[in-house]
Design a protein around this ligand. Structure first.
Ligand SMILES: [Zn+2]
Length: 488
């Protein structure tokens, strides 16, 4: 996501110098971010047409140091089917979720993360209530863990325990039903205003990481991301009032009408999560190279202003990091302010700036494709997204950001309620460290190593050690990142 400038995130993330100044003054800042570069007009993937995901392709592990194209998703990845029905009032969403999950080690329970129940979310009127949860292989009565969720909720983690351990390699099926309440004038990943509503990370999110196990980290005290989830084969179905348009992860087929509703369906070969927005959007459908871009906005002017920004972002970032990870990108510009939030194949845009467009599009590589634990290693997506802004917009990070306090590699949870410290260290210092590492190693070598890192960790959950491995022949870059506390 883009960092907020105020407690209610009513302005975009400050530009670098302004952020540093603001941090020094203890003030929020809001500045216009301008580009020093011209438009990039050609879609120029340089890793080859490898973003087509082929189900059934053999497992790509162990990862090569520098595969010639993105590794395919794990054939054993979870399969999830999500069905959301949005009430005519847009105040509630009823959902069903079916999971087929094959763990790579023995499990004694299933664990799902309930993001709508975080304290800042609930304070704005959002909440999830799980109505039912069942699993085969003897999955028993479901329970909840508080995990620092708001006290007046079921909790932050849903658990379905098994009577006996389920062996590695056994496929477990689970079925859940739930209701999500959307707060009025709420901003972030849930909200509704002016006939529009949006929600993301709204369903119980399977909290497994292959090779690690369950992620049971506490909910955090501010609205940044803290979930970890695998790329799943995803089926997404949304039923909404017939007059409204749905902008969601994936590239939905033409909706089917039934009475007063329309139902939209999309499939994603690999997605860690999904976002959905609904309302009377003015929609543009354009092609950017091979990528289908769908952009919905509250009016034609906003829509027409943003299409070139996303065309530019997709093109420039693909030239930098490799082909766009998904066949399509759906962008919902909402009648709200506060930055933007990234989801696989989709972006919720609460601000219309170029900065937000580039930042959130960069997350399609760093988070959506190259995943990370957003709780343990948030810099692996946020610092990279901000670093990408600098590359595309030609706006170097203020080197003074390297002197900001804290270790870039700190966990989200370690910041407690220090939201400002989290953003300054993870985003600003992290991006400055990447830029300094690039300078130290030599830009061409660093860029090549980063492309290897992206290809080798595609559709996986990367760790700092994976980046270090990719930078193995660039000790000067590693030294810079170590000094900033990004690498161990
Ligand atoms: Zn971000």
């Amino acid at each position: 996501m883009t960092a907020p400038a105020g407690p209610r995130r009513r302005a975009t993330r400050p530009a670098r110098a302004a952020a540093l100044l603001a941090a020094a003054l203890g003030l929020a800042a809001c500045t216009i971010h301008t580009s020093g570069h011209g438009e990039v007009s050609d879609y120029a993937p340089t890793l080859g047409p490898s973003n087509v995901l082929l189900p059934g392709k053999p497992s790509a592990t162990p990862a090569a140091t520098c595969p010639p194209s993105y590794l395919p998703p794990d054939p054993q990845r979870p399969r999830v089917s999500l069905n959301f029905r949005i009430a005519p009032s847009l105040t509630t969403v009823t959902g069903t979720e079916h999971i087929a999950f094959t763990p790579d080690k023995a499990i004694t329970e299933l664990v799902f993360r309930l993001t709508p129940n975080t304290a800042p979310s609930v304070a704005e009127g959002n909440q999830i209530v799980v109505r039912s949860a069942t699993a085969d292989h003897g999955g028993g009565r479901y329970v909840f863990s508080r995990a620092n969720a708001a006290p007046n909720t079921q909790g932050g983690l849903l658990r379905i325990p098994f009577a006996a351990p389920v062996a590695a390699g056994t496929t477990v099926h689970a079925a859940l039903t739930f209701t999500v309440t959307l707060g009025e004038e709420s901003f972030g990943r849930f909200g509704r205003t002016g006939g529009f509503a949006w929600f993301a990370s709204a369903h119980p999110l399977l909290a497994w990481e292959r090779g690690y196990g369950w992620h049971t980290e506490d909910m955090i005290d501010f609205p940044a991301e803290s979930a970890t989830s695998e790329a799943m084969q995803t089926s997404l179905t949304v039923t909404a009032p017939a007059a409204d348009t749905v902008i969601m992860s994936g590239d939905p087929a033409t909706p089917t009408r039934s009475g007063t509703t329309r139902t939209w369906h999309a499939s994603l070969a690999a997605a860690r999560d999904v976002s959905v927005a609904v309302g009377p959007f003015a929609v543009a459908d354009v092609k950017v190279g091979a990528v289908r871009l769908r952009l919905g906005a509250p009016d034609d002017t906003l829509r027409d202003d943003l299409v070139p920004e996303f065309r530019r972002a997709i093109t420039a970032l693909a030239a930098r990091f490799g082909p766009f990870p998904f066949p399509s990108l759906s962008v919902a510009r909402l009648p709200a302010s506060g930055g933007g939030i990234e989801y696989p194949g989709a972006i919720l845009m609460l601000d219309g700036s170029r900065l937000v467009a580039v930042h959130e599009t960069a997350h399609q590589w760093f988070y959506a494709m190259v995943g990370d634990s957003q709780a343990q290693h948030p810099w692996l997506d946020e610092a990279f997204a901000q670093y990408a802004e600098q590359l595309v917009d030609g706006t170097p990070e203020d080197p003074a950001a390297l002197a900001l306090p804290g270790r870039v590699g700190s966990s989200t949870e370690s910041y407690g309620a220090d939201e400002r410290g989290y953003y300054a260290t993870t985003y600003d210092k992290g991006a400055a460290a990447l830029e300094a590492a690039r300078t130290a190693a030599g830009p061409a070598k660093f860029d090549a190593a980063l492309r290897c890192y992206v290809a080798a960790n595609a559709w996986r959950i990367a760790k700092p050690a994976d980046l270090q491995k990719a930078l193995g022949k660039l000790p000067a870059a590693v030294a810079v990142l170590r000094k900033a506390g990004a690498l161990p």
